[in-house]
Design a protein around this ligand. Structure first.
Ligand code: ZN
Ligand code: ZN
Length: 421
C-alpha cells in the first residue's frame, strides 16, 4: 500500500498525539518548538495543523500553538542593540509553566536550521542561549519530574536535509528527508500506531528481562571489539515509555529504539571499535577505537580527527569513562538507513551505543537523591559531557555475565537473542 504525502503527514500527527503524548480526553495540548523556549518553526505549519486536528479528535479540550521564525531571529542579531541580548519574552515562561504545572500535554517540534547562527557574534549567541536557559529552568525541572506528558519530534529543514543527503541534488533533499523521517517513524506500515504499540511492548519486555537478570557485566565482541563493561548493583534498564505524575503513559521521543542503563565507571576493559563516525564539536571523528583499562580510556586511534577525540576524552576524568550503555537491534529502521543525521534524536537510536561521560541518575536505583559522592561510590559517572558513539552492527554479539562468571547470550549478529521476534 502506498500512501500519499498528505496521508503520511496525518499518520505522523496521529502518532504524535496517540503514541508520543497519549493525549487524554479533556486535556489541554501545547505545540511548541525546540527546547520549549521557542515556538514551532513556521515551515512546520502543515504538520502542526494536523496535530491540532488529531488532538481535538482525541478529545483535547483546547490546543494552543506557539510559533517562531528563524529569519526574525537573524534580523535581531543584525540590528538589535548589542546590550539587549538578556531580554526574554518572560510571558512565554509563565505561559508554559502554567500549562506544565497543570499537567497539560506539550509537544516540541524540532525543525531548526542547524547552521542558523553560523557567522554571528559567538558571544551574543552564547548570551542569548544562557538567557533562554535561565528563563526555562523552572520548566525543565517540571519536565525532568515528568509533571506533564511531553514529546520531541523533528521536521526537515532544507539545510539539515542538505547535510544528511549531500549525495542528492538540492531539489530532492527535502523530499528524501521527509521520506526518511516517515520510514524511521514506521509511517510506511499499514497501521503505524499498532506497529508502535508492538515495538514499545518489545522494548519494555527486553528492559524487564534485563532488570530481573541484574547482570554483573556485559561482554561485547565484533570485528575490532573485545570489550567488557561492569554494571553497578541496582542498575535500571529504561525503555521508551515514561509515566507522568498524574499517571499518563507517554513516549517522549519519536522515534525511539533503545533500552539503556549506566555502566560502572571503574570497570571497563578491552578494545571498543566504533561502527559509525561521531560528529563532535563540528568535526567528524571517523574510523576510531578506544582501549579501556580499569574503567578509563588509555589509548585511542582514529582515521580522522583523532585530536578531537582526545580533547573530548580529556574534558575531565569522567569524560574518559563509560556513562550510558544502550542496546538497539540492528534491524531497527534507523540502523537500516545507514545514515548519519547530525541530530541526537535519530543518531542516538541508530545502533547499540555507549556514552562516555555523565550517567543518567534515574538509571541507578535511588540515584536521583544521591549526592555526587554517593553516586560515584556506587559506580555512577559524573562529568560535564555525555557523548554517545555507535558500536553496534550486524556482526556484534553481546553476552550478559552473571556474578558467578557465567555467560548468557543477549544479542547475536546484532539482534536480541532472548526475545521472540
Ligand atoms: Zn542512548
Ligand atoms: Zn546518550
Amino acid at each position: 500500500m502506498t500512501k500519499s504525502f498528505d496521508q503520511k503527514l496525518s499518520d505522523y500527527a496521529d502518532l504524535i498525539v496517540h503514541i508520543g503524548l497519549n493525549v487524554q480526553p479533556g486535556q489541554k495540548v501545547v505545540v511548541s518548538g525546540k527546547n520549549l523556549f521557542r515556538g514551532a518553526p513556521l515551515h512546520s505549519a502543515p504538520l502542526v495543523r494536523k496535530i491540532v486536528e488529531s488532538a481535538y479528535k482525541a478529545g483535547a479540550r483546547f490546543v494552543d500553538v506557539f510559533w517562531d521564525d528563524d529569519q526574525s531571529q537573524l534580523v535581531r542579531f543584525a540590528h538589535a542593540p548589542r546590550d539587549s541580548f538578556e531580554e526574554f519574552p518572560t510571558w512565554r515562561t509563565r505561559a508554559l509553566h502554567e500549562y506544565a504545572a497543570n499537567g497539560d500535554a506539550i509537544v516540541s517540534i524540532y525543525g531548526e536550521d542547524p547552521d542558523l547562527f553560523n557567522g554571528q557574534d559567538a558571544a551574543l549567541v552564547t548570551q542569548a542561549q544562557r538567557t533562554m536557559e535561565k528563563h526555562m529552568q523552572s520548566q525543565m525541572e517540571l519536565l525532568m519530574k515528568n509533571a506533564y506528558n511531553w514529546l520531541l519530534v523533528s521536521v526537515p529543514h532544507p539545510n539539515w536535509a542538505a547535510k544528511v543527503f549531500s549525495d542528492l541534488p538540492a531539489d530532492q533533499q527535502m523530499d528524501a528527508m521527509w521520506e526518511q523521517i516517515f520510514k524511521l517513524c514506521r509511517i510506511d506500515r499499514d497501521d503505524p500506531v499498532a506497529a508502535w504499540k508492538a515495538h514499545i511492548a518489545q522494548l519494555n519486555e527486553a528492559a524487564k528481562y534485563l532488570n530481573e537478570k541484574q547482570y554483573h557485566a556485559l561482554h561485547y565482541s565484533a570485528p575490532g571489539t573485545d570489550f567488557t563493561v561492569g554494571l553497578p548493583a541496582g542498575h535500571l534498564w529504561n525503555s521508551a515509555q515514561s509515566d507522568t505524575q498524574g499517571g499518563i503513559t507517554f513516549t517522549p521521543n519519536l522515534p525511539t529504539e533503545e533500552i539503556f542503563t549506566l555502566g560502572d565507571k571503574n570497570r571497563a576493559e578491552g578494545t571498543l571499535k566504533a561502527s559509525m563516525p561521531l560528529s563532535y564539536g563540528g568535526r567528524l571523528i571517523e574510523d576510531f577505537s578506544m582501549v579501556f583499562k580499569d574503567g578509563r580510556v588509555v589509548d585511542v586511534k582514529a582515521g580522522k580527527n583523532e585530536q578531537a577525540l582526545k580533547d573530548l576524552l580529556d574534558v575531565d576524568d569522567g569524560a574518559g569513562r563509560v556513562g550510558e550503555i544502550a542496546l538497539v537491534p540492528h534491524s531497527s529502521p534507523i540502523a537500516q538507513s545507514g545514515r548519519l543525521f547530525y541530530n541526537t534524536l535519530y543518531d542516538e537510536n541508530a545502533a547499540s551505543h555507549i556514552a562516555v561521560g555523565r550517567a543518567y541518575r534515574f538509571t541507578l536505583k535511588g540515584g536521583e537523591t544521591m549526592s555526587s559522592e554517593e553516586f560515584e561510590a556506587a559506580g555512577g559517572n559524573n562529568s560535564l559531557v555525555h557523548v554517545d558513539f555507535m558500536i553496534g552492527s550486524d556482526q556484534m554479539d553481546i553476552d550478559g555475565i552473571t556474578k558467578d562468571g557465567a555467560k548468557e547470550p543477549l544479542m547475536r549478529k546484532g539482534e536480541w537473542a532472548f526475545l521472540e521476534t
